[in-house]
Design a protein around this ligand. Structure first.
Ligand SMILES: Nc1ncnc2c1ncn2[C@@H]1O[C@H](COP(=O)(O)OP(=O)(O)OP(=O)(O)O)[C@@H](O)[C@H]1O
Length: 531
């Protein structure tokens, strides 16, 4: 645990990317393969099974520190972090543990499902062997609320330096359905047979919002335009006679969209397609509300399959005949994709998303104005010569939406509704990132379906950090897309801004909290509306 604790301290102390990468590279050189694997798992958002609830942890810490529970409860808001509060109030350790990170993880995994008395004495025993900084980390591992200022991209860069493999290859290897229980460092990072897991997706290429004039992008012939569909991003993988569908948040959605199973009848194995899952009425997309009824359902009732059938509108080809095509220019990948799909019969659940032909930027701006009639949110601009990047990189993919007034925000407080919805948590407070902190900027309470509010209510009950009368502070994990009519400066709000008519457009299950918008984004929008 010492080595991991030093790594954590080094990452925490510096905001400079080069320092963070150097600390990670040094760690990857020195640590044991089991610890390296757990570190990669934790830093890429993979959580161990949770064996202990935060309430149990608080109660046990109060016992161990011989403090009344109310004093622990009072200390928590002052410190601001439960793991840290507990680390600080416990008496000094009796002995020092020599356990490594992976040994502690195995210890925690073994606790899951054990009776409370066994789990309590194990946790107390662990606390008695760890110093304050190790305890802090240990508590974070127990609660699963592990966050460091290290993006997947940064970690991949460090891994590339430490292993001599390319970032693109490593980013691909780290995707998909693995955990330290199902793989080893050797199999995940080093073994030649990187294709062992047939379901493994590629990291999604993401876009930046176009804020200025498209004319600034250079000659229009270097660009391709497509409609920006209002559905769910999906990567369809066809390998070894099987099919898999991944969300942009690395969640397997295969069973949720059974219509896509038929793609194996029309397309050969060794094909991976990037596209948008849309509810489809035969010739055009249905409004997002139709697709919304499908989201979150693992078993889709027959009625819904007929009322809101889905297809994949394909816009990129990432693998063909088992070969990774990501390094090819976009125009070539698109050409191959169109050839692959243009002859498919209407019953095939995959179709090409058409390219929008244009000669000049002015013509494209006029076409964009018609996006709503096409049931699109605007346009996507993709540089014809660009490879398929992993993640968000400025320059080659731009989203040029019609309505720029949306923001992805993290829910931090929840309150029950009124009347018919009095038993459900429906009124939420949302925050965006300001540095490493979340600042509240808006409240909203409409826009989701009853089924979604029910699911969120269960989640709120299980993830409450604190109560203030009727309001619950929740783990900052759920992301929602908030739409609004206007934005203005406001000295009354901590964020310094106020929104007009904010409402929830959708629950972004595919986005982790770290990817929510930042206060700078809202300030930029504020400046743009002023000028
Ligand atoms: N033709 C298209 N090409 C690429 N992406 C498209 C297309 N049509 C719709 N999209 C959607 O637009 C998104 C592109 O924006 P971005 O990469 O920033 O992801 P995002 O944060 O999910 O975006 P948003 O919230 O604006 O949909 C994709 O994730 C995808 O779901």
């Amino acid at each position: 645990m010492n080595r991991f604790a030093s790594l954590f301290a080094a990452l925490d102390q510096s905001t400079r990317t080069t320092d963070k990468v150097a600390a990670l590279v040094a760690y990857f050189y020195e640590a044991d393969p089991e610890d390296r694997l757990w570190t990669v798992a934790l830093f890429s958002g993979r959580r161990p099974r949770r064996a202990v609830t935060t309430t149990e942890l608080r109660n046990w810490a109060a016992d161990a520190a011989r403090l009344p529970l109310w004093l622990v409860e009072e200390s928590y808001p002052v410190v601001g972090d439960l793991a840290e509060t507990i680390a600080l109030i416990l008496p000094p350790p009796d002995t020092r543990s020599e356990r490594s990170l992976s040994e502690w993880m195995a210890f925690l995994q073994d606790l899951s499902g054990q009776p409370e008395s066994v789990r309590k004495s194990a946790i107390l025993d662990a606390w008695a062997q760890l110093d304050t900084s190790q305890r802090f980390l240990f508590n974070k591992l127990v609660t699963g609320g592990f966050r460091v200022g290290v993006s997947q991209k940064l970690m991949t860069r460090a891994l590339a330096q430490a292993t001599g493999r390319s970032e693109a290859e490593l980013a691909h290897r780290l995707m998909g359905d693995w955990s330290p229980d199902t793989t080893s460092w050797e199999a995940l990072i080093e073994a030649d047979d990187a294709g062992a897991d047939a379901s493994r997706p590629y990291p999604f290429c993401l876009a930046y919002p176009l804020e200025g004039d498209p004319g600034d992008l250079g000659p229009p012939q270097e660009w391709r335009a497509e409609w920006k569909w209002d559905g769910i991003r999906g990567q369809l993988i066809l390998r070894e006679g099987l099919h898999f569908v991944w969300s942009r948040g690395e969640e397997l959605m295969t069973d949720r969209f059974p219509e896509l199973a038929r793609s194996v009848d029309f397309l050969p194995p060794g094909t991976v397609i990037d596209g948008e899952i849309l509810a489809w009425d035969g010739g055009a997309p249905l409004p997002f509300a139709a697709l919304q009824r499908r989201i979150g359902r693992r078993n889709v009732p027959k009625k819904l399959l007929t009322e809101a059938p889905v297809i994949l509108l394909a816009y990129d080809l990432l693998e063909w005949q088992g070969k990774d095509l990501r390094a090819l220019p976009f125009s070539e990948r698109r050409g191959l994709l169109d050839r692959l799909l243009h002859n498919l019969p209407p019953e095939a659940p995959v179709r090409p998303s058409p390219l929008v032909a244009f000669q000049g930027w002015q013509e494209l701006a006029t076409l964009r104005a018609d996006a709503r009639n096409r049931r699109a949110e605007g346009l996507m601009l993709k540089r014809a010569g660009s490879p398929y990047h992993a993640g968000r990189r400025k320059g080659d993919w731009w989203k040029w939406k019609l309505d720029p007034h949306t923001v992805d925000a993290v829910m931090i407080y929840a309150q029950a509704g009124h009347g018919r919805r009095a038993t459900l948590y429906t009124d939420f407070t949302f925050a965006v990132w300001d540095g490493d902190a979340l600042v509240p900027f808006a409240k909203a309470y409409s826009g989701l379906t009853d089924a979604e509010f029910r699911e969120i209510t269960t989640w709120v009950r299980a993830n409450t950090l604190q109560r203030f009368g009727p309001v619950r502070q929740v783990r900052p994990e759920l992301v929602f897309e908030i739409a609004f009519e206007g934005i203005q400066q406001s000295p009354r709000h901590k964020s310094g801004i106020a929104l007009r008519f904010p409402r929830m457009l959708r629950w972004r299950r595919d986005k982790p909290a770290a990817e929510a918008n930042r206060l700078e984004d809202l300030k930029r929008l504020l400046d743009a509306t002023k000028s």
